[in-house]
Design a protein around this ligand. Structure first.
Ligand code: NAD
Length: 350
């Protein structure tokens, strides 16, 4: 164990003091106060600058001023998606390490441009794929890895809301708006990180129900080379929702309804029996196929508590910068997701 107390704190300058930037400055970075702190922020919008000041955060009068501050060792970027590339490259060239919000960039080409500069400058660049730490995802990943349902062959991951696309820039293509680049990044990152097999095929329907120039949701059908299939879906016009996760294995099925981990798992007991399910009335018909299994052949199992790793994103970032530790969110993984999204847009001519 290394003694973090003797290590120099990482001092952050942050850019973008909107919804997520504020959360980093007032919540996520202070949560790791032994290892890091915010020295100041910059936002292009004067109203947001005022809010930052009211919250007690020093405000730089330009991004350049932030980058020139020698006290700042790392920059957190939480601005609209189309600005990430230039802001990241400027920060790296100014000799800063960078944490960048997702989606890292508008496409893989922009991401590669950042990686080239990070490499040349010898600086750490990490993307805030924070939903790798979501308890619902960690629970599904545990069930998958522990083969709690036997061999998983289908994973369905959905987030549904009925509030449409939020905010302003998220409605515009030039800023990298739309749900595929928003929630899609998280859900695809989770699935690709969990299933240890290359993607063989992906088909996607983008939805334009709300009449925006960007997608207000989508459904992706992914086939992995190992045969596992995934359905990944984001909806913003779903007035009632489907479960957050529905996972099928050859020995069981799990349903996780929400972020509070409500749901259930039913597994085969392996009990041998000659008995056959009795037909039931179903609607106006009769069915054996959809009748409940014979008693004892399946059992309901409590969903376990997820194995939540105490290493937060920022703690890992600290270890990467100070001790050359392995990043949990690796740039090659982020690049894989970005490439998949490029392919989806390209195939659909978007
Ligand atoms: P937002 O609109 O609330 O805030 C963006 C802020 O950036 C605004 O205050 C705006 O004035 C400022 N800004 C714009 N261009 C700027 C520039 N060139 N220099 C300085 N400031 C500039 O948006 P948001 O919801 O906070 O999203 C910001 C980023 O965070 C996006 O990339 C988004 O995808 C990401 N995000 C991530 C998560 C997550 O869970 N990881 C959640 C929400 C948002």
């Amino acid at each position: 164990m290394k003694d973090d107390k003797n290590m120099k704190k990482i001092k952050f300058g942050t850019v973008g003091y909107g919804g997520m930037g504020t959360y980093h400055v007032t919540g996520l970075i202070p949560a790791e106060e032994e290892r890091m702190e915010v020295v100041g922020t910059y936002d292009i919008d004067e109203e947001r600058q005022e809010v930052a000041k009211e919250n007690g955060t020093y405000v730089y009068d330009s991004y350049n001023a932030l980058l020139k501050d020698e006290e700042v060792e790392a920059v957190l970027i939480a601005t609209p998606n189309d600005s990430h590339k230039d802001l990241a490259i400027q920060a790296l060239e100014a000799g800063k390490h960078v944490v960048c919000e997702k989606p890292v960039t508008m496409d893989t080409e922009e991401f590669d441009a950042i990686l080239e500069v990070a490499e040349a400058e010898g600086k750490v660049f990490m993307v805030h794929q924070n939903r790798r730490w979501d308890p619902d995802f960690l629970l599904v990943r545990d069930l998958y890895e522990e083969r709690a349902m036997g061999d998983v062959f289908q994973i369905e991951s959905r987030v549904h809301g009925a509030n449409g696309i939020p905010g302003d820039w998220r409605h515009e293509k030039k800023h990298g708006g739309g749900m595929l680049l928003d929630w899609g990044i998280h859900l695809l990152d989770q699935i690709l990180w969990m299933v240890d097999s290359p993607v063989e095929d992906v088909k996607t329907d983008l939805s334009y129900i709300l009449g925006d120039e960007v997608d207000d949701g989508f459904t992706s059908y992914i086939t992995f080379e190992n045969g596992i299939r995934a359905i990944v879906e984001v909806g913003t016009t779903n007035f009632t929702t489907l479960p957050r996760w529905y996972v099928k294995g050859n020995k069981g099925t799990a349903r996780i309804d929400d972020w509070d981990l409500n749901g259930e798992m039913v597994v085969a007991t392996g009990t041998e029996t000659e008995a056959k399910p009795s037909p039931i009335r179903a609607g106006v018909g009769l069915t054996k196929t959809m009748a409940p299994p014979v008693e004892g052949v399946t059992k309901k199992v409590d969903l376990p508590k997820p194995n939540v790793d105490q290493t937060s994103f920022y703690r890992n970032f600290f270890d990467v910068v100070r001790y050359d530790a392995e990043p949990i969110v690796k740039n090659e993984e982020v690049r894989e997701v970005m490439t998949l999204i490029d392919e989806i847009f390209e195939t659909l001519g978007k």
